[in-house]
Design a protein around this ligand. Structure first.
Ligand code: NAD
Ligand code: FE2
Length: 381
């Protein structure tokens, strides 16, 4: 089945195989004449990136790339990117990649015209109103993984390289103006990235669905997002060129990001410090800590999860859902626990303190304290 769709929610999304050829039109629709394509180092040398640049070049939009982007990008990447943007006289950004390239691209477009330091725009209260919105450059987003959903998000995650803390930088205008979801771009993802990013999408849906905040729209999106992951992630993992599965995983990723306006929880608040300290892959880390977090939250989410299980065609309520998560993880080659991921428990106190400070912490169904969070961390080894 060849799925093609044009959506206007939460932004303009052009979904379908081969639609990267519309990249130049997307840029022109936002008034761009000289976009800077931002991606990570690995992607910079891949054929999909060269092809995207060809599309821009052929339409007279140039082919300038900035790729000094680390996995879990930091403020040094951002500074270098802003310099490249200004030196090149660019008027907007094509954010191209997984969450790392997308987030850094969005942050460059946001920060290039601001005078305050980026940390002043952390996602706290109304801090975003400190920004001069008229100076935010247009963004076209092109995801090459199917997980973070950053392409439809209004935030970028930035790691502070001095403190190793991941901060969420938020501004409503960081939402890309046009998104191109071309499943062919994701075909070359290594299996481990397909698995990790797919589990990130699943974690977004699961945590949003379980968070105690009232947001039925997001809860509905989260449920259907979980169903798409259940049906299509194993297929995409098994056969990377299964375009129907890849397309549906792109939808699931976007849905996860839309849904997590409702909140995230302990999976993300544990995973963020682990990623920041050990540079592990974000989605894979989520998958590793998911079962202990489900057990931790059990009393608060048992009924909700039973409802989700029924929708997903899983029998046995909470226990059935829990077993399903274990089998999904093992089908995708997810490490059993943090030890199997190569992490020792020697910095648990530091990880715990960071998890409690993480903004996702507030959305967890069971309130997180230093004590119960340390115990939860120890369950993850
Ligand atoms: N903004 C948000 O809402 C949000 C949400 C969740 C996570 N994040 C952030 O996103 C980042 C993780 O993003 P990610 O999981 O997409 O991974 P990533 O962007 O770090 O990419 C992982 C690896 O996959 C490679 N890759 C990407 N696409 C490929 C392709 N099509 N073919 C071959 N290789 C490819 C990259 O070069 C990289 O080496 C983290 O920094 C995380 O904090 C952001
Ligand atoms: Fe995530």
């Amino acid at each position: 089945m060849n799925i093609v769709a044009n959506w206007s929610y939460p932004t303009a999304i052009k979904l379908g195989r081969g639609r990267i050829k519309e990249l130049a039109d997307a840029c022109k629709a936002l008034g761009l004449k000289k976009p800077l394509l931002v991606t990570d180092r690995g992607l910079a040398s891949m054929a999909i990136t060269a092809h995207a640049l060809d599309v821009l070049d052929e339409a007279g939009l140039g082919r300038t790339v900035f790729s000094e982007v680390d996995p879990n990008p930091n403020e040094k990447n951002l500074e270098a990117g802003i310099k490249a943007y200004k030196d090149g006289g660019h008027d907007g950004v094509v954010a191209f990649g997984g969450g790392s390239g997308l987030d850094l691209g969005k942050l460059i477009a946001f920060m290039a015209g601001q005078t305050r330091p980026v940390w002043d725009f952390e996602d706290i209260g109304d801090w975003w109103t400190r920004a001069d919105a008229s100076k935010i450059a247009p963004i076209v987003a092109v995801p090459t993984t199917a997980g973070t959903g950053s392409e439809v998000g209004r935030a970028g995650v930035l790691t502070n390289s001095a403190t190793h803390v991941k901060k969420i930088i938020f501004h409503p205008r960081m939402l890309p103006g046009v998104v191109i979801c071309d499943p062919e771009l994701t075909v070359g993802m290594p299996g481990v990235i397909t698995a990790g990013t797919g589990m990130d999408a699943f974690a977004h849906c699961l945590e949003a669905y379980c968070s105690p905040f009232y947001h039925p729209m997001s809860a509905g999106i989260a449920l259907e997002g979980m169903r798409l992951v259940k049906e299509f992630l194993p297929r995409a993992y098994k056969d990377g060129s299964d375009i129907e599965a890849r397309t549906n995983m792109m939808s699931a990723a976007a849905m996860g990001a839309v849904a997590f306006q409702k909140g995230l929880g302990a999976i993300h608040s544990l995973s963020h410090p682990i990623g920041a300290i050990y540079n592990t892959h974000h989605g894979m880390t989520n998958a590793v800590v998911m079962p202990p977090v489900l057990r931790f939250n059990r009393t608060a989410i048992e009924e909700k999860i039973a409802r989700a299980a029924a929708y997903l065609g899983i029998s046995g309520g909470f226990d059935g859902f829990y077993d399903y998560v274990l089998s999904l993880r093992s089908d995708l080659g997810v490490p059993e626990n943090l030890t199997a991921m190569g992490i020792a428990p020697d910095r648990v106190d530091e990880l715990t303190a960071m998890a409690i400070e993480d903004p996702s912490c507030g959305g967890n169904p069971v309130p997180m304290t230093l004590e119960n969070t340390k115990a939860l961390f120890l369950e993850c080894f």
